[in-house]
Write a protein that binds this ligand. Structure first.
Ligand code: PNS
Length: 165
């Protein structure tokens, strides 16, 4: 059984993430999509809500399991019996960072490979931080995030007293 993990912040999940998850899910028997629960980084959504949004957005993929994790991604991968870490890359600058992470993860856990999947061109410009910026300023983000995420973004921003369209 081939098991992989696809880790990230997913704050929030975008259509670009869903594209990577759909394509990775075709390559493995079981794919864990793992939200880093990082108390040192200020996120818009708590980890449980990011996992909930991922579950909604990947409900059509039977071999995908979404959950949160803390600590090192290689430790999490090993705890799930996974020997591959999947990361999506949008650009050469993404690759630079991803290669550094892959190198460090390889030293931490030589048995775990990192697989970089190029983002589909339609989503190469989509980034969670920019989605949040547009949403905060009242723009529509429907083109870049699944419908459930768009709705939750509006609700969260309204609750925080921001714009949200
Ligand atoms: O979506 P992001 O923010 O680009 O994801 C980054 C993530 C979560 C994959 C990375 O920060 C990570 O793996 N963090 C877990 C802690 C860890 O293992 N750090 C060492 C990586 S070399």
């Amino acid at each position: 059984m081939r098991i992989a993990v696809c880790p990230g912040s997913f704050d929030p999940v975008t259509r670009g993430h869903v594209d990577i998850v759909e394509r990775a899910a075709r390559l493995f028997d079981l794919l864990y999509v793992a939200v880093l629960d990082n108390t040192r980084k200020q996120a818009l959504f708590p980890a449980e809500e990011r996992v909930a949004m991922l579950r909604e957005a990947t409900a059509h993929l039977p071999n995908v399991c979404c959950e949160s994790f803390t600590g090192l991604v290689v430790d999490y991968a090993q705890s799930r019996g996974a020997d591959v870490i999947i990361r999506g890359v949008r650009s050469p600058s993404d690759c630079e960072y991803e290669l550094q992470m892959a190198g460090m993860n390889r030293e931490l856990a030589p048995g775990i490979e990192t697989l970089l999947l190029p983002t589909s061109p339609a989503y190469a410009h989509v980034r969670s931080s920019l989605v949040k910026e547009v949403a905060v300023l009242g723009g529509s983000v429907d083109a870049w995030v699944p419908e459930n995420v768009s709705r939750r973004l509006r609700e969260r921003l309204q609750a925080k007293g921001g714009a949200g369209r």
